[in-house]
Design a protein around this ligand. Structure first.
Ligand SMILES: Nc1ncnc2c1ncn2[C@@H]1O[C@H](COP(=O)(O)OP(=O)(O)O)[C@@H](O)[C@H]1O
Ligand SMILES: [Mg+2]
Length: 349
């Protein structure tokens, strides 16, 4: 069995909302609220959800680029959230991030070769000038650029090339794990698949593990082994990508999937249009956070906040259409307790 490289449990990140001259905390933006998942060595977990649901915050909290409010992140069995600063610096080499907009994270006044050389120096990865030059050339070739590009500045590259530079920068420290934060969302569709193919190819060659963030399911479909769907700071469904696409359980996942173009137009999948805006994570709805927009909501949904619970082996869902999601087992309606639970529950709506 492959080992879990990353184990995230009950991760939370609350941003305080401050008001007035004394900066009194008047509430919290619950950007990430109780997120749990695992990623096996060499695999990709796709993290999907609409804009503002907490994906970037999750990625950054895992790397401790921002401090988590609560929860645990284990990397290779070692707790990251309480790691002392010196150890965290060592760990950062193993855990890297690729941003949606690489341009904003590249220094416009430094050549690409200069930037990569500096990283190698800081981390003591090559000792001589010649070795560093060779390594920079190798990194550029690894991401499909040419050694000639080393002398150019970030603005001289196209969007796709800049994302390749972002990938070269992440790879320069020889990481095991990379958070890919919407790495293709800002690129033309024709370029997207090239960068996705590069990431998949690198994963094979270098044995990398990815957390791949995207706001729609079509992008993660090709790259993910498993998928976690987020809504308003919470994971609402997680399973392997085949089950997720073939048998989605959470109504929110169904709604996201119905927005994905399908190859077979005669497929029975009905189109669910998500109405209304995503509520603010500073003021979440009662009960299930999705209930005001959910086409399947029933009376209990505005009252009961569902748990993320396994409904089938390795397929977890957060929705009270599934008996295991009820926090109080005694409250599960009789009609849902036996048989084809979902059909029974749905028929009763
Ligand atoms: N530094 C911050 N201070 C306050 N609120 C923040 C901060 N960063 C993110 N948020 C809020 O947290 C929520 C989740 O943001 P984010 O993680 O960027 O979502 P996503 O990446 O899914 O679009 C949003 O409502 C956002 O406005
Ligand atoms: Mg984001």
């Amino acid at each position: 069995m492959t080992q879990n490289l990353l184990e995230v449990s009950h991760l939370k990140k609350y941003f305080p909302i401050k008001r007035g001259i004394f900066s009194k905390t008047v509430g919290y933006v619950k950007a990430v609220d109780d997120v749990s998942f695992t990623i096996k060595q060499g695999e990709t977990l796709g993290l999907v959800g609409e804009s503002g649901c907490g994906k970037t915050t999750t990625g950054r909290a895992i790397l401790r680029l921002i401090e988590p409010t609560a929860g645990s992140v284990k990397f290779n069995g070692e707790e990251v959230t309480t790691m002392p600063a010196a150890r965290l610096r060592e760990m950062r080499r193993q855990m890297q991030i690729i941003f949606q907009d690489p341009y904003s994270s590249l220094n416009p006044r430094i050549t690409v070769g200069g930037m990569l050389t500096e990283i190698l120096k800081v981390h003591g990865l090559r000792t001589t000038e010649a070795e560093r030059r060779d390594r920079v050339n190798e990194l550029l070739e690894t991401v499909g650029l040419s050694p000639l590009h080393a002398r150019r500045y970030p603005h001289e590259f196209s969007g796709g090339q800049r994302q390749r530079i972002g990938i070269a920068r992440a790879l320069s420290v020889e990481p095991k794990f990379i958070v890919c934060d919407e790495p293709v969302s800002a690129l033309d569709v024709s370029i997207q698949s090239q960068v996705l193919n590069l990431l998949m190819d690198l994963q094979q060659r270098l044995g990398l593990t990815y957390l791949f963030i995207a706001h729609d399911l079509s992008v993660v479909k090709h790259i993910s082994d498993r998928v976690a769907v987020m809504y308003l700071g919470e994971v609402v469904e997680t399973t392997d990508y085949k089950s997720l696409y073939a048998h989605p359980k959470a109504p929110y996942t169904e709604a996201l999937l119905s927005a994905v173009p399908i190859a077979n137009p005669r497929s029975k999948r009905e189109r669910i249009v998500l109405t209304g805006d995503v509520p603010s994570p500073a003021n979440v709805p009662s009960g299930c956070y999705f209930h005001p927009r959910c086409p399947k909501a029933f009376a209990d949904c505005s009252r009961v906040h569902p748990l993320l619970a396994e409904d089938a082996p390795d397929h977890s869902v957060r929705c009270i259409l599934y008996p295991n999601s009820w926090p109080e087992k005694s409250q599960v309606p009789e009609r849902m307790k036996s048989g084809a639970q979902r059909e029974v529950a749905e028929a009763a709506l």
